[in-house]
Ligand binder design. Structure first.
Ligand code: PBG
Length: 337
């Protein structure tokens, strides 16, 4: 037989021939330990209000949140990430409700830690759910987001969350210098074990649309965008610069966001810094999966699992995904990966 290069001495298909050898040579695995579940919290009792742009996702009152946390513990998912839906009458231009010690998020954190102390609780540090204008920080009269004044508010918010018992505070605002400022405030408050997960490489992405519906910031935000503080999707090197600063300022974990369209960034961050690195598979990515599956265009389970393993292969230590409960259930049922 005519040979082409090493063929047929080298046949890449040999290892792929049987399930046993595919399992033996598999380079990446997926476990419930890789998952973080983002949850939307709202006031009230016994409420599960569906988010129309995110099929299968509901905003939960705290009692319902506790039921989800119970399932998370049973499935072995290590951490929940809380995002609030704040009532319109509590919103203000400076988002001051964000550091109300009796606010929705502090109460949710306390309720979870009282019942499930083993479950990690992460809270979002950013003002957008709390501001009348839907931006992540304070704005001046022209609508421009002020950096240093915003950081002062973020410090108060992070301290409020840490004092309520949050294990991990996660600034998603993209102000400069906020990681160092929050780290110093936590140290000064004696909270030396509160972890910071920095949304370090967070892009000004259109994939966040459904999230803004879920927390109720989209109608306030209107047509304005976040381009003056979130990263330009065209930039990769800049992400390394951001991550380097955040680690130097005291971040314990870093994040790349959105997920699948940014796997090159994830890979570069992991290669460069070797720090715990997380990927946020965001609301728009989730919506695309769900709507395509509902239309019968794709196999939801297989594509979801493939999405997760691709994130791991590209260097993620963990994935924030609205699919976490499904993924953990499928793994428990014996799905391979
Ligand atoms: C804002 C924030 C956003 C997300 C998490 N925190 C949206 C934004 O920056 O406008 C998006 C998460 C998702 O889309 O799932 N602080």
């Amino acid at each position: 037989m005519q040979t082409l290069g090493q063929f047929p001495m080298v046949r890449m298909r040999r290892n792929r021939h049987d399930d046993f050898s595919r399992r033996l040579v598999r380079e990446t695995t997926l476990s419930p330990n890789d998952l973080i579940l983002p949850v939307f919290v709202e006031e009230g009792q016994n409420r599960r209000d569906p988010v129309p742009s995110m099929p299968g996702v509901c905003r939960l009152s705290i009692d319902q949140l506790l039921e989800v946390c119970e399932e998370m513990v049973a499935l072995g998912i290590p951490m929940v990430a809380l995002f609030p839906h704040i009532e319109q009458n509590l919103k203000a231009p400076d988002g001051r409700e964000a550091h109300n010690p009796d606010g929705l998020i502090p109460r949710a954190v306390k309720a979870i830690k009282a019942k499930f102390p083993q479950l990690g609780v992460m809270t979002d540090v950013a003002l957008d759910p709390y501001t009348t204008h839907g931006q992540d920080g304070l704005i001046d009269s022209t609508g421009f987001i002020l950096n240093d004044e915003t950081v002062e508010q973020l410090i108060l918010q992070a301290l409020c969350q840490a004092r309520a018992g949050a294990d991990v505070v996660a600034p998603s605002d993209m102000m400069d210098g906020r990681i160092g400022a929050i780290r110093k405030a936590l140290e000064d408050d004696g909270r030396i074990y509160t972890r910071i997960m920095a949304y370090s490489a967070k892009y000004a992405s259109s994939y966040y649309g459904p999230f803004r519906d879920a927390v109720g910031s989209s109608s306030n935000l209107g047509r304005s965008n976040k381009d003056v503080y979130q990263q330009d999707p065209a930039n990769g090197n800049e992400a390394l610069w951001e991550v380097g600063y955040d680690l130097a300022e005291g971040a314990d974990m870093v994040m790349v966001k959105p997920g699948i369209p940014y796997l090159d960034v994830l890979w570069r961050v992991k290669e460069e810094f070797k720090a715990p690195t997380f990927l946020y598979h965001v609301s728009g990515e989730y919506a695309m999966l769900k709507f395509a599956a509902a239309a019968g265009a794709i196999d939801e389970k297989k594509i979801t699992m493939e999405t997760m393993i691709c994130a791991k292969r590209a260097g993620a230590d963990g994935i924030l995904t609205y699919c976490s409960l499904d993924v953990a259930r499928w793994l428990k049922e014996g799905y391979e990966y």
